[in-house]
Design a protein. Structure first.
Lengths: 114, 267
């Protein structure tokens, strides 16, 4: 399987509240919240780390999950949210990771849909 | 050359907007529609609108509103009006027929855009003042905004049963009365008060107040904020405003029966 690279979308606003990331897209004001695993992927989505590495290093290392199953779920997740421009997905490194929002101190990025 | 002679200043949320046209009849329509939110002189306007009145036609106010930004100008269009707003000059124009609905749509959009730049917002919520504190009751159509407004006892001043006006003030927020009425068909009291709490309305078998998580509060608030444009900067402003609001104002779910005793919980 070829590598998949994931970056955060640029046209959205988001903030991490407690352990839940909330995101709103600029295109159509879709509101999403990411769960803990989704937030983990969001935080690691720098555009240059392959999704497979993110799953290995950030998910399999922390959670008791099957690696192949976790990768399959993660890919489905990022491709799903790419449809709303929350993630950018590519088979090439995406270069500089776009900043998702004007960050404020207590903000972060959005999470996996809860 | 038309002499634009008739001026009315519509002062909602402490943001007086001067509306100028060449029609005494339109000025009368504004007076009827906005009641004591209208002044004909004395108040220095913060913004100005020129209204060009078109011959009577068939307006289509049900058509989706389109709002977009081009450079420093917001362009607003619906079936029954076209308007432009220059954010730097703080003035704009409207083309519409002489009716209160079109200018009302323009004013709602304008206020939402102006408020977005200063951390405030218009929100689908009834609001009321009791003991010098304001309370918001948010919910979509059918959630009970008009019902809870109708049930308000005599010591409560209603700010609106439909669209509430919220601006940052000191460490918290103030709620302002608005003329934007719902089923109650009654414009709100023209007053302001510090906001004490936001209640998310839910009708149920008993009256009770439930805790709401911060994340759920942000999401619920965002679903109710009036939002007309998909401009990235505007979306970010509104999103961050909602998050700041939830940091500073307690949010609860108010489950209630259509019964006046629910107001015993609002203190």
């Amino acid at each position: 399987m070829s590598a998949i690279y994931v970056a955060r979308g640029t046209k959205l606003a988001g903030r991490k509240i407690k352990n839940q990331m909330i995101i709103m897209t600029a295109r159509d004001s879709v509101l999403s919240s990411l769960n803990e695993l989704g937030t983990t992927i969001w935080d690691a989505a720098d555009g240059v780390t392959p999704l497979e590495s993110i799953v290995e290093q950030k998910i399999c290392a922390e959670y008791d999950v099957d690696r192949a199953e976790a990768l399959k779920d993660a890919e489905a997740f990022v491709r799903d949210l790419a449809g709303d421009e929350i993630f950018v997905v590519s088979d090439q490194p995406i270069g500089t990771s776009p900043t998702c929002v004007k960050s404020r101190e207590s903000h972060a990025a959005p999470d996996l849909q809860a | 050359m038309i002499a634009l002679a008739y001026e009315s200043t519509i002062d909602i949320g402490g943001m007086p907007i001067l509306v100028r046209s060449d029609s005494a009849e339109f000025a009368r329509i504004l007076g009827d529609r906005y009641g004591n939110f209208v002044h004909t002189g004395g108040t220095r306007p913060a913004f100005e609108l020129e209204v060009e009145l078109l011959p009577d036609g068939v307006p289509c106010p049900d058509q989706d509103v389109q709002v977009r930004k081009e450079s420093d100008r917001w362009i607003m269009e619906r079936g029954d009006f076209r308007a432009e707003w220059d954010t730097k000059l703080r003035q704009g124009w409207v083309r519409q027929t002489a009716n209160p609905y079109s200018i009302d749509g323009v004013l709602r959009i304008l206020h939402s855009l102006i408020l977005a730049g200063e951390g405030g917002f218009l929100v689908h919520a009834a609001s009321a003042v009791r003991n010098d504190c304001a309370f918001l009751f948010a919910g979509v159509s059918g959630a009970g905004k008009t019902t809870i407004s109708r049930l308000a006892p005599g010591d409560v001043e209603l700010l609106t049963d439909e669209i509430s006006y919220v601006r940052p003030a000191g460490p918290g927020y103030d709620a302002f009365g608005t003329p934007f009425a719902g089923e109650l068909a009654r414009i709100g009291a023209n007053m302001r008060a510090p906001l004490k709490a936001l209640y998310l309305l839910a009708q149920g078998p008993e009256n009770k107040i439930e805790a709401v998580s911060e994340a759920a509060g942000v999401q619920a608030l965002l679903r109710n904020i009036l939002f007309f444009a998909h401009d990235p900067e505007l979306v970010d402003n509104v999103f961050q405003s909602a998050c700041e609001f939830v940091n500073r104002v307690p949010i609860y779910r108010l489950v209630f029966l259509p019964d006046a005793r629910v107001w015993e919980l609002i203190v």
